[in-house]
Write a protein that binds this ligand. Sequence first.
Ligand code: C5P
Length: 233
Amino acid sequence: AGPGALAGTTVTITAGGTREPLDPVRFLGNRSSGKQGTALAAAALAAGARVRLIAAHMDVPAPEGVELIRVETALELRAAVHRAAADSDVVIMAAAVADFRPAQVVETKIKKRDDEADPVITLVRNPDILQELVRARDEAGTGTPTLIVGFAAETGDDTSDVLEYGRSKLARKGCDLLVLNRVGRSLVFGQDETEVRILSPDDSPEAALESAAGTKAEVSARILARITAELAA
Ligand code: C5P
């Protein structure tokens, strides 16, 4: 997307990894660094958009010029993104949202006691925020946000398998674009480089899917260019 390509549009981006508390000092988290989400925010700013960054835990600073909303848990991120979506043209869900959270948050630090059995952590499902955004738009019938973009991080070695996961995820979530990448312990998460495929519901199975590889900044520019084209279509 060139400079000014997104002037007059509001883009909301979620980034980083949620942290789900167990007690006042412990949480369940994930390896998301926030690099992809912040790179997208920088690219959207460069294209002239008003950018809201809903940031869960990140290892990197937020780019200057975004409206920064800090969140910790999936439920906080959900509230923030629903509020922001109401007047956003584009929502990009780049955050790694915990699928589960501890059923109970213990008020005081969990202690080890010799006379007690090892503790068991019960998890409950978090809502699927991306799916909710799509449903809320369908129900409201306003067409806002115009474009809802999901991310999918799949582990797997066989590319066709990964693509198949991506397609079924796109269908399940109902979003307008799905950015698919493969992750592993040292792949993508925390790294500066990435490789993605951009899936859309219009892609025929034989269609050459748009792919982009490079730094997260380069890939973000490609994703924003695609978003700009979709908005213009
Ligand atoms: O289902 P999965 O976690 O692989 O889907 C990833 C996409 O869904 C990402 O865009 C992520 O931000 C979003 N997501 C969500 N709510 C969840 C889990 C994931 O919106 N509870």
